[in-house]
Unconditional design. Structure first.
Length: 120
């Protein structure tokens, strides 16, 4: 039996995007010394808006749009990954994920409380 609410579905998509952002950041960090590598990322807020719109329309989740990050300074070898920038992105993605987990936990606790209240 699967119990889902609109909010839990939205939070699940939020967590999926936070995970995708973490993976992109990890890929950038892993390629720090790869000549010619260009950092990639996504617009988290725009992706979340699209995910909610897709959810409202009954569409299945889709992978986020990944694009090269513009405006970064490339080193002489053509690589534009900055460990400082990626570390900050990783910390932000981890905070988003932890927030999503806390929100999902609270949503499921609300559902459980409603179920138990119906038993009384």
């Amino acid at each position: 039996m699967q119990i889902a609410t609109r909010l839990s579905e939205q939070i699940a998509r939020y967590l999926d995007l936070a995970t995708a952002e973490t993976k992109l950041t990890a890929a950038n960090m892993a390629n720090l010394d790869t000549p010619g590598y260009r950092a990639v990322g996504m617009d988290f807020e725009a992706e979340m808006r699209e995910a909610i719109r897709d959810l409202d329309q009954g569409k299945a989740p889709r992978p986020p749009h990944i694009k090269r990050v513009d405006g970064l300074i490339a080193r002489p070898d053509g690589n534009d990954v900055s460990m400082d920038r990626e570390s900050l992105n990783l910390a932000e993605a981890q905070l988003k994920f932890k927030t999503g987990v806390a929100l999902l936990r609270q949503e499921y606790q609300t559902v459980l409380d409603a179920i138990h209240a119906a038993d009384k």
